[in-house]
Ligand binder design. Sequence first.
Ligand SMILES: CC(C)(COP(=O)(O)OP(=O)(O)OC[C@H]1O[C@@H](n2cnc3c(N)ncnc32)[C@H](O)[C@@H]1OP(=O)(O)O)[C@@H](O)C(=O)NCCC(=O)NCCS
Length: 178
Amino acid sequence: MKLKLRQERLSDHSAIAALILGAYRDISYSNHKEQIMVERLRNSDAFIPALSIVAENDNQDLVGHILFTKIQIRNQGQSYQALALAPLSVDPRYQKKGIGKKLVLEGHRVAKELGYNYVIVLGIPNYYPKFEYQFISKFNVSLPIKISAANALIVFLIKNNYLEITGGTVIYSEAFFG
Ligand SMILES: CC(C)(COP(=O)(O)OP(=O)(O)OC[C@H]1O[C@@H](n2cnc3c(N)ncnc32)[C@H](O)[C@@H]1OP(=O)(O)O)[C@@H](O)C(=O)NCCC(=O)NCCS
C-alpha cells in the first residue's frame, strides 16, 4: 500500500471525525469524544493547520490522522511554547502496518521545522518511548489534570534545548478539555 501523508483539508473534516470514532471505538479509557475535541481545537488559537496530518491510502481513503496543538509549559514567569499530541488515530483495519509511526515522525518533522522543541502526550505508555518520549515526571513537569504518571510523556525535538526546562506546569487551551 502506498501511503500519502498530507495536511488536512476542509473537505476531510467529516472523514477525519469518522476515522477517529472508529479508531477509539474499542479503547476502554476513551470517552469516545476525541472527534469533538478535534473540532473544538480546530476552532481555537491552539490550532496549527500544518500539524493536522492525514494518511491517505491508494484509494484516497483516510486511514490515519494525527493532531498537534499549541500548549505552554510555564515555570517561574517563563513560558515555553510546546505542543500536545492528541489524538492519534489509525483505522483498525490498517493498524500495525507502520501508519501510526509514520504520522508521529512526520508530525515531529513539521513541528521541528516550525521551531517547536517539546511535545507532550497523554497516552499509551508503551507506544511512545520508541519515538524517544520520556515520562514528564522525570523533568518535574506537572499537568493540570490527574493522570497516572505512566501516561504523561514528553519528547525533546531539538536536543540542544534538552535542559532548558527544569520543571513547570503545562497549560492547555480551554478547547482541549472542553
Ligand atoms: C495506537 C495506534 C495509533 C498505533 O497505530 P499503528 O499504525 O497500528 O502503529 P504502528 O504500526 O505504526 O506501530 C508502531 C510500533 O508500535 C507498536 N504498537 C502498535 N500499537 C501499539 C499499542 N497499542 N501499544 C504499544 N505498542 C504498539 C507496533 O508494534 C510497532 O512496533 P515496532 O515499530 O517495534 O514494530 C493505533 O493502534 C490506534 O489508532 N489506536 C486507537 C487509538 C489510540 O489508542 N490512539 C493513541 C492514544 S495515545
